[in-house]
Structures are given as C-alpha cells and as structure tokens.
Design a protein around this ligand. Sequence first.
Ligand SMILES: Cc1ncc(COP(=O)(O)O)c(C=O)c1O
Length: 418
Amino acid sequence: MPSKMLDKLVEKLIKSEEKRQREGLELIPSENYVSEDVLTANGSVFTNKYSEGYPGRRYYGGQENTDAIERLAIERACKLFNCKFANVQPHSGAPANLAVYAALLEPGDTVLGMDLSHGGHLTHGHPMTLPAKIYNFVRYKMKDPETGEIDYEDLRRVAIEKKPKIILAGFSAYSRTLDYKKFVEIAREVGAITMADMAHIAGLIAAGALRNPFDDGFDIITSTTHKTLRGPRGGLILTRENEEIAKKIDKTVFPGIQGGPHMHTIAGKAVAFGEALTPKFKKYAVQVLKNAKAMEEVLRKNNIRMIGGGTDNHLILADVFGSLGVTGKEAQTVFDEVGITLNMNMIADDPRKPMDPSGIRFGTPAITTRGFKEKECKRVAELMISVLKNKDDKKLKESVHKEIKALAKKFPIPKKFV
Ligand SMILES: Cc1ncc(COP(=O)(O)O)c(C=O)c1O
C-alpha cells in the first residue's frame, strides 16, 4: 500500500488482505496479481471523471485525457488480439456478455452455448440469470468427460434444429482445446454469429500461447481483463472486422446497459494491455501452461481423476470425491487451513449439489506470476494430495502450511512485470 490512510478501519482490512495474499498460494484459476503500474492507474484520479460516450463523442467537457487513455486502451487491445474493433468500457465479464446478447438478439432468440455442468459459465444462460429470462439458451456438451472432446456432431445437429442467432464458445471450468474452425463451419451453415467468451484464457491467447479464435474466423470475443490477462477487474468486447456489429455493441454498452465508463479501470486496462504486448508476458503465458502440465502429471501419477483427462490450458478440474472420497467443499476448507486457496466446483454430470460438489478447480496463473516453475508446481500438487489423503491429520497439515508459507516467502508477489 503506497501511503498511510486516515480511515484506519479500511487500512487495516487492506493490510490484512495484503498479508493473506502475500503468505498464501493463490490457485483459483480466475485470479492473478496485477503490477504496481496497473494498481496505480486503477487507483488514479481518473476515478473522478465522468465520460459518458466514446472518445471524441462525449456528453461532458474536460475529456482530453480520458479520450487519450481510452484510445490507447482500444489501440493496444486491437493489437493484442489482432482485430479491428474493441470496446473497453464493460464494467466486467458479465456486462460484456449481456451487451453482446442485447446488441445482436431479440427477446426469445436462441443462443447455443456450452452446458454449464460441462464447463460453461453462469452468464451463458444459467436459469437464475437475466439473459436466461430474456433469451433461449440451448446446450452442447462434451462427448466424453474422460477426454473432454466436445461433441461437435451433436453441436451441429442442435444448431440445425434450433437455429441459434449466436453460437457461443467459452468456459470457466473446461481444460481442453476447442476446435474453433468447427464452430465457425457450423455457424456459417446455420447463419449464426460466432462469439468466444475467452475470459479465462484471454492472456494466454494475447501472448500467442493458445490459439486465437479470430484466426479461425470468429466474429466476436468477450473477456474479463483480470484473469490471465493480468489487468484490473473489468470487461472487454472485441470485434474481428464487422463494423456494423461493432457499432451495435458500442451503442448497447452505452447507453444501452451502462452509464459512465470507469476511466480509472480503463487506465488500468491500458497499462495491462501494454504489459501483455511485451516478450516477458509471452514467456509468462508459456510458463502458465507448462506449470499446469506439471501439476497434471502429479495428479495422474496419483490416480486422481481429472475431467477432460488433463489440461491444455491453465486449469485443472479434479474429481476429488470420486478419486478420494473427499467432497469439493471439504477439500476447499482443508486447503484454506494450509494456506492454499482454490474453489470447489461441479464436475460434468455431478451427482452432488453445487454447494458441496465432487470437484475442485485450480490453476497456475497467479503462482506463475510469483515465479513458480514446474518444480515448485509439482511440489504444490504433491502437498495438495497429501493433505487430501490425510485431511484430519493436524500435524501433517501444520507442516504443509509451514512449507506453503516458506514457498510464498521465497517467491514474493512481484511489483514490476516489464
Ligand atoms: C467465462 C466467463 N465469462 C464471464 C465471466 C464473468 O466475469 P465477471 O465476474 O467479471 O462479471 C467469468 C467469470 O468468472 C467467466 O469465467
């Protein structure tokens, strides 16, 4: 924290959170650490400014700096993802997805997305969400959870039958590679727009470590900016080349569903995109994947069932209940005790309930930012398994906690990324 605060209550909580992050290991695959530059931009005086509209077309005066920062963020986003249009104003991933639906669909129109229990996200049509109340979401699944391959034949069959306006590729708990070309082929056959929600893997795509859906002809990418992209909490909508679509999206973000953009967050996004354009970020992304593979290897050796059979990206979804008889909730709690943060997660066709599912989801973006390589990741995976196998052994848990703390101390959270 840069300077002393007058509000001692809030200062104390910030310090306590800093300590938690410093001393524990973050394995939640949607979390990461931002650089000091991103923090500075995100906490800057841009938070004081109203800038409804877009650069050059605002409804308030005093926009010389906001216009410049938003233009910079847009230019860097387009360069990173190799596309023509970017909207950097969505407050987060959920509003970004809502904006695309609202821009391109009429109420009742159909979206074909990944089944939520097979890795899709809540914003892809969970019954409790607003989009699900307005639009009709239909599903595709994995052919076999043991390999993770999507059932493309079924996807095509459903697309032909249901005639979706949008075919959506994207996930928050899926560890394999999608065949974007197949999505585009099927979408063209039925006249649908292709949308990829790359919230989890955007940083890995930006760095060229994973394939860019735009290279296979996708029309739209939505994303968060705070996961592998290592920026401030926020959303992003990219359009490959279709200006008509990009204009509809801009109008829907503002004034359709949002008011004034959060210019301090956009400043933070501009910094993060700049960092992601560097060779150092490319190395980071490659290491994220290597580290996940290293953890996969340890799990496989220990006969822990992984949904999809392993990982091609930054995350692993492990069936701890099926493998060890430990529920996802029990696992999450016991890992909290030893200084490892991850999350319980439903697995494909989970017989258990969401608040105590069969699985845990974890990943390598944050520990890789700390500088972990394969050796450390393997050790963490070994420690995780020993804790799961001996979850009531107090002594063992104490010794694991000690080792986790020592690892965290050896690999402090860096402040500068370039
Ligand atoms: C694939 C996907 N889309 C959208 C979101 C929603 O993002 P946010 O929580 O920033 O609204 C998430 C968040 O985890 C996600 O994983």
